[in-house]
Design a protein around this ligand. Structure first.
Ligand SMILES: [Zn+2]
Ligand SMILES: [Zn+2]
Length: 159
């Protein structure tokens, strides 16, 4: 899907969602959606706020937060809680094809594509439950932290 088509599809999805919920179709909500679509990878409320300020589009952080919650509810955006950091958001069409490796030492997130696993998960059916989506986090130690921990251990032994 090219960007323009994706943008229109997202706007239409938001319109249908707001109408269904009898919520107001404010220009702010669409502006926030547009900005979110332009950001790559994961972003938090502050990053989105700053990006809007750069465009001289003034909207409160509370409005951004509330709008992001609506976008999550309408399925355009996925919300991640990586450890105890601020919630991170990413677009669903980006989120659907990867999962996240999270370093428990430094908190860095690495995205990995694993089409076999995704195919498998999408084929799973559970009794008395209809799956909407799944989200997978793998926790461990990144290579940078592993190296740092190894050299710290060596230093200790040499003392
Ligand atoms: Zn991601
Ligand atoms: Zn790390």
């Amino acid at each position: 899907m090219d960007d323009e088509k994706a943008r229109m599809a997202a706007r239409n999805a938001l319109t249908a969602f707001l109408e269904g919920k009898r919520l107001r179709k404010t220009p702010e909500r669409y502006a926030i959606l547009e900005k979110a679509l332009s950001l790559r990878a994961h972003f938090d409320i502050m990053a989105l706020y700053r990006a809007m300020e750069e465009d001289a589009y003034h909207v409160s952080r509370a409005t951004i937060y509330n709008t992001m919650e609506l976008l999550v509810e309408c399925g355009l955006v996925r919300k991640h809680q990586f450890g105890n950091r601020h919630a991170q958001y990413e677009l669903l069409h980006d989120a659907a094809n990867h999962h996240h490796l999270m370093c428990t030492e430094c908190g860095r997130i690495k995205e990995v594509k694993d089409t076999e696993l995704i195919k498998y998960m999408n084929s799973r059916r559970y009794p008395s439950f209809s799956t909407q989506y799944f989200s997978l986090y793998v926790y461990g130690i990144c290579s940078r932290c592993a190296r740092r921990m190894r050299s710290a251990a060596v230093d200790k032994n040499n003392k």
